[in-house]
Design a protein. Structure first.
Length: 434
């Protein structure tokens, strides 16, 4: 970062530097802009619009920076006591979820009867072996156990050999694409089948370009990535239950999908909108939106509970939640927060508790926004497919444009949600305040 001499150490706005009249190159200008932005944030109480104008810095964001600074002072990180935030959205999530599941269970008889009829009145229709429930449970436990051990081994390797892990991640994919492309070209020559030429050339070209970017364009960022990998793996290795939290999120998301799926199929079957019934396009799109919205909402909630938990674990580590001697990476910030006293080994428990209680409403609120947009995207994609089948070029193009725009909005929402949940986990604020 370039030095900022136009602000005094106490941020009084004195001693502004005179900018050079020569035009700097773009990289220097960007570096200077980033450094100026940091200076403004560090001295947000005393910086005025006149200071920024004199230094040729835009004043458009000064109001937002000051508002953020006031909120940061109002909500310190990891307060000793938190209040429940956005409770109404938890209630709405529970009402909708339990209502749909309860309604589906009440009318599920007709759905299962039709399911039995489609399988020949419940008679065996194949000679395939159906394993017992005990065998299924054993396979599930074995799968999760294997996944947990594999994840731990990967974390240990990333902690001890971060350079190897980073370079392998960067190189393995492009090399696989190159090998696959060469294999397709060889197969095209040996079989005289020109159908292998196009995918072979595509795979070979993408692999070579990606490998070149990794070795030349991205090389300057790799040392930082290696250090980040080492730090993250160190924290996870000292909190192995973080991997268990991820598995718990997968289980909850799967259970939600199964419960909502069976319930919605039962409801639609009972009201005469099953798979054998013809419906108008409008009603089919409405049902598709409801299906997609409920699936995405529950899945987002399960995923974001894990995300907020991880934010709490890493935040407590960063702000001195455990002794630096207990971690190879160590926290550079002293534990001046009473709720985080030095030597606190259990950071996962409080983080998971916050994610499933005090901040659950914020998680449900943010997840609802993303689910709504993603459901609209699903409907737009289906409309585009229907238009393509009907040969309607205009509607097909409009569907593609709508799908692209809605998808971008969903990506933006998810991006802001990720950072908002960091504030929810660290400062205990509501979703809108975050």
């Amino acid at each position: 970062a370039l030095p900022i001499s136009w602000l005094s150490p106490r941020g009084q706005g004195k001693g502004r530097r005179q900018r050079s009249t020569s035009a700097p190159n773009s990289s220097t200008a960007m570096a200077q802009l980033a450094a100026d932005g940091r200076a403004v944030k560090l001295n947000w109480k005393n910086v005025t619009e006149e200071d920024l104008k004199a230094a040729d810095i835009s004043v458009a964001k000064l109001k937002s920076i000051k508002e953020g600074g006031r909120k940061a002072e109002e909500y310190p990180f990891f307060p000793e006591s938190r209040s429940c935030r956005d409770v109404a959205w938890v209630i709405l999530f529970l009402v909708v979820g339990l209502g749909v599941i309860g309604s589906g269970a009440a009318v599920s008889g007709k759905f299962f009867e039709e399911l039995k009829k489609s399988n020949g009145e419940g008679e065996q229709v194949s000679d395939f072996y159906v394993p017992s429930a005990t065998c299924v449970y054993a396979l599930i436990l074995a799968s999760f156990g294997t996944a947990f051990l594999s994840a731990m081994l990967f974390v240990m390797l990333a902690h001890r050999r971060p350079s190897c892990v980073v370079w392998t991640s960067l190189v393995a994919g492009p090399l696989f694409e190159i090998v696959a492309g060469v294999a397709c070209l060889v197969a095209a020559v040996q079989t005289s089948n020109s159908g292998f030429v196009q995918p072979g050339l595509l795979l070979l070209g993408v692999g070579v370009i990606t490998l070149g970017c990794a070795c030349f364009c991205w090389q300057k960022y790799i040392p930082f990535m290696v250090k980040m990998t080492e730090v993250v793996s160190d924290v996870i290795e000292h909190h192995p239950c973080c991997i268990g939290v991820g598995m718990l999120g997968v289980i909850l998301g799967t259970l939600w999908t199964l419960a909502i799926g069976v319930s919605l199929l039962s409801i639609t079957s009972s009201v005469g909108h099953g798979p054998d019934h013809e419906t108008s396009k409008g009603s089919s799109y409405g049902l598709l939106f409801v299906f997609a919205f409920l699936f995405y909402w529950g899945g987002q909630v399960a995923s974001n509970v894990c995300h907020v938990t991880y934010c709490g674990v890493f935040g407590r580590w960063y702000f001195g939640g455990e002794d630096a001697a207990d971690s190879d990476s160590g926290s550079d910030i002293s534990a001046h927060v009473p709720a985080l006293g030095k030597g606190t080994p259990n950071t996962l428990g409080p983080s998971l508790l916050v994610a499933t209680t005090k901040s659950l409403g914020s998680i449900c609120f943010g997840s609802l926004l993303v689910a709504f947009v993603r459901a609209l995207e699903v409907v737009a994609r289906q409309a585009q497919r229907d238009a393509a089948k009907d040969g309607n070029i205009v509607c097909c193009i409009l569907g593609c444009v709508a799908q692209c725009v809605i998808g971008c909005i969903g990506d933006i929402l998810e991006y802001f949600n990720d950072w908002a949940y960091v504030q929810c986990a660290v400062r205990g604020v509501s979703f809108m305040e975050a």
